[in-house]
Design a protein around this ligand. Structure first.
Ligand code: NAD
Ligand code: 2YJ
Ligand code: MG
Length: 259
């Protein structure tokens, strides 16, 4: 699993603000409005405890600080514990946290200890990036392309299917593509015979996954994937509206889902 790096998280506030303005331009809603529409919830200044975790590859510089900035941005009352791990969890609960945020190398979770709801970053990220794509006001049809059908892409594809989109998908892992076809009714994109899309959702850990042949002028590319799915050159050539941000949009989706 790809881990975030401190570099990905530099200037998280600015990255989030820039992503929010693209989301507004594309959907007419800001990120918190999309979360509210998706989950039917809104924060009442819930207290969020952010617990650094040292296991595996250990603390990622900027990770807890970025979660602090992100939770504040979305109107939560949050704090980072002084201690990590079990002692940090104890400290968070002792200090009144209602929602715990913490991540190891495999799982990034939000747990609302008042109502018992729990969220996992990967499906929550897939669902919100897909939801943003689905709300493109100038989409030319209900066709959407999903590139990458893994832990983030599959739940995003499911969200699009559930919203009545005709979902084309591709993953080089034949088992994952087959699962999306049989479980969701995804239409496999034939790389040898591509078509153009006005709406694309991408969730892979690879660069340059979007072939030029699928891009249309002013299309939306909603992608949590790191590194970015498209070169700056292609983005400019097709005036692509790029929704891409390393942590905040997915975290907002997790938090709203446990309210
Ligand atoms: P995953 O490994 O479960 O799935 C990725 C899938 O992409 C794999 O099935 C792989 O076969 C496929 N893939 C690889 N190359 C491809 C290509 N050229 N075309 C189409 N598909 C291709 O990973 P994941 O957990 O779903 O995460 C996907 C990406 O999203 C990672 O980069 C991860 O770091 C990132 N992520 C970002 C956020 C965020 O908030 N921005 C949150 C969670 C995950
Ligand atoms: O507390 C810390 O600083 C670290 N233990 C954070 C680890 C963050 N984990 C990841 O980046 C993994 N990829 C798991 C999260 C999945 C969402 N991308
Ligand atoms: Mg995100």
């Amino acid at each position: 699993m790809a881990l975030l790096t401190p570099n990905d998280l530099i200037n998280i506030n600015r990255q989030l603000q820039e992503a929010d303005s693209v989301v507004q331009k594309v959907t007419g809603l800001d990120i918190k409005d999309v979360c509210q529409a998706l989950y039917g919830t809104s924060p009442l200044s819930e207290k969020v405890g952010i617990v650094p975790v040292t296991s595996g590859n250990g603390i990622i510089g900027n990770f807890s600080a970025s979660l602090h900035a992100i939770t504040q941005y979305f109107g939560f009352d949050s704090f980072v514990t002084d201690m990590p791990d079990v002692s940090g969890y104890y400290e968070a609960v002792q200090n009144g946290a209602e929602i715990i945020l913490m991540a190891d190398d495999h799982t990034f979770l939000a747990h609302n200890i008042k109502n018992g709801k729990m969220a996992n970053n990967q499906p929550c990220t897939g669902v919100i990036y897909a939801e943003i794509a689905s709300r493109y006001l100038k989409a030319d049809s209900k066709d959407v392309l999903v590139m990458g059908l893994g832990k983030v892409g599959f739940p995003g594809a499911a969200q699009l299917v559930q919203k009545g989109f005709r979902v084309y998908g591709y993953d080089p892992d034949a088992r994952l593509l087959k699962r999306a076809v049989s479980d969701l009714g995804v239409i496999p994109l034939d790389p040898a015979n591509p078509k153009k899309f006005s709406t694309i959702f991408e969730a892979t850990p690879c660069a340059n996954t979007i072939p030029e042949a699928v891009l249309s002028e002013n299309c939306v590319l909603s992608t949590p994937g790191i590194p970015c799915a498209i070169s700056e050159e292609l983005r400019k050539k097709y005036d692509v509206q790029l929704v891409a941000e390393p942590l905040g949009i997915g975290t907002a989706s997790m938090l709203y889902s446990v309210l």
